[in-house]
Each structure stands twice: as structure tokens, then as C-alpha cells.
Design a protein around this ligand. Structure first.
Ligand code: 5GP
Length: 206
């Protein structure tokens, strides 16, 4: 049996479920791949898909809202949560902490809800170890040049942050093979359609 969440792992996420249990969908990809926009499209398409709002210690970007985009908390609070099992998974990304609420996952799964997580590769590995039936989807930019262009045109990050994000993007993309599904986001409309169809195919399974 192969590693969890990948083809050949002995799991068939589309197999009928013995009972109505929540399914976890994991979306990953480098910043600038268009993941946030695609996530919004997905949530708009499936009103009952519940988004796991991550906790982070990074500063809010202009336009970001506490509780909707992230839950912004101080590093001391985040670190205290590590020891108390507050995080279903957590990681340091770009020098900040990010984590998924263990309570949100527990409640969502118990309620039979399908859940959507937007987390990095380190987090995806942790969730897959605990929930091997998770559906993992990696969003790829069409090329490194397009990725740079998107990060720069966003205009929200200083140059040194963009440089760090580009370095991390290369490392993150090298791990795309961990995911069950790869989706290239060249054209947003096409990628959104593909993503909705993919998630829909799982949700339509008995
Ligand atoms: P950003 O700062 O651009 O919003 O996010 C940076 C990266 O952190 C993205 O790749 C995003 O998927 C990841 N991320 C966001 N929330 C979480 C989380 O709860 N856990 C983990 N492991 N990564 C996260």
C-alpha cells in the first residue's frame, strides 16, 4: 500500500461510504497560483461545503477580514495551542505559523459535513496521515514567469516577501507529486470549472 492520499494508496475516496461521514478536501499550491480565487469559486458552487478558516500569526493583508479569511492570533497563543492539541495540523510558512483547528475538523466530520482546507504541503501530509481518505488537490501556475507576474501585480507584498514566496513556490511545487489531483491554473474560468467538476464528482459518489 502506498503513502496516503495518493493513487495506489489502497484507498478509493470515491468508494461508497458506510455511513454519511464528512469528507476532507485539501487545496494546496504556491501563492500566486490563484488558489484563493479558485477556493472562493468552489465555495460559491457548493453552499454546504464548509471552509476551515485557518489560524495564523501573520499580519492581515489589506482587505482581509478576521474570521473570514483567517483567524489572526499572536504567536504566543499559537505556540500555547501546540502543546494543548489545539491544531489538527500546523506548520511554519514564510516565517509565520499557520494551523487548522482540531475542534473544527472534529465537529465537521461528526456532523457529516464536507470540509475544505487551504493548507500547505506540510499540513496536507499531517492531515493525510490522520485522515487517509482526504482528497488532495494541488493547484499549479502555468509557468514560473506567470507566477512571478501574478505575485508582483498583486501589489500587497514588499519585494523581499515576493522573493521568499518565489523560493518557497519552487520547493512547494517539487512536492506536487504528493497530491492525488493536479490542476493547472492557466485560465481562471477553465480551472474553476475543472475544480468544481472534480469536487462534484466526489460529492456525487454515494
Ligand atoms: P498566505 O500567507 O499567502 O495566505 O498563505 C501562505 C501559505 O500558507 C499558503 O500556501 C496556504 O495554503 C498556507 N496555509 C494557510 N493556512 C494554513 C494552515 O492552516 N495550515 C498550513 N499547514 N498551511 C496553511
Amino acid at each position: 500500500m502506498g503513502p496516503p492520499c495518493r493513487p495506489g494508496d489502497g484507498q478509493d475516496p470515491r468508494a461508497p461510504r458506510a455511513e454519511r461521514r464528512g469528507r476532507i478536501f485539501i487545496l494546496s499550491g504556491p501563492s500566486g497560483a490563484g488558489k484563493t480565487t479558485l477556493r472562493h469559486r468552489l465555495l460559491a458552487a457548493f453552499a454546504d461545503l464548509r471552509y476551515s478558516v485557518s489560524y495564523t500569526t501573520r499580519a492581515p493583508r489589506p482587505g482581509e477580514e478576521n474570521g473570514r479569511d483567517y483567524l489572526f492570533i499572536p504567536a504566543a497563543e499559537f505556540e500555547a495551542g501546540i502543546g494543548r492539541g489545539r491544531w489538527a495540523e500546523w506548520a511554519q510558512v514564510h516565517g509565520n505559523y499557520y494551523g487548522t483547528s482540531a475542534e473544527f475538523l472534529r465537529e465537521g466530520i461528526a456532523a457529516g459535513s464536507d470540509l475544505l482546507l487551504d493548507i500547505d504541503v506540510q499540513g496536507a501530509r499531517q492531515i493525510c496521515a490522520r485522515f487517509p481518505g482526504s482528497v488532495t488537490i494541488f493547484i499549479m501556475p502555468p509557468s514560473p514567469a506567470v507566477l512571478r507576474e501574478r505575485l508582483e501585480s498583486r501589489g500587497t507584498d514588499p519585494p523581499e516577501v515576493i522573493a521568499r514566496r518565489l523560493e518557497n513556490a519552487a520547493a512547494e511545487m517539487a512536492q506536487a507529486g504528493f497530491y492525488r489531483h493536479l490542476l493547472v491554473n492557466g485560465d481562471l474560468q477553465t480551472a474553476a470549472r475543472e475544480l468544481i467538476a472534480l469536487v462534484g464528482s466526489y460529492r456525487a459518489a454515494p
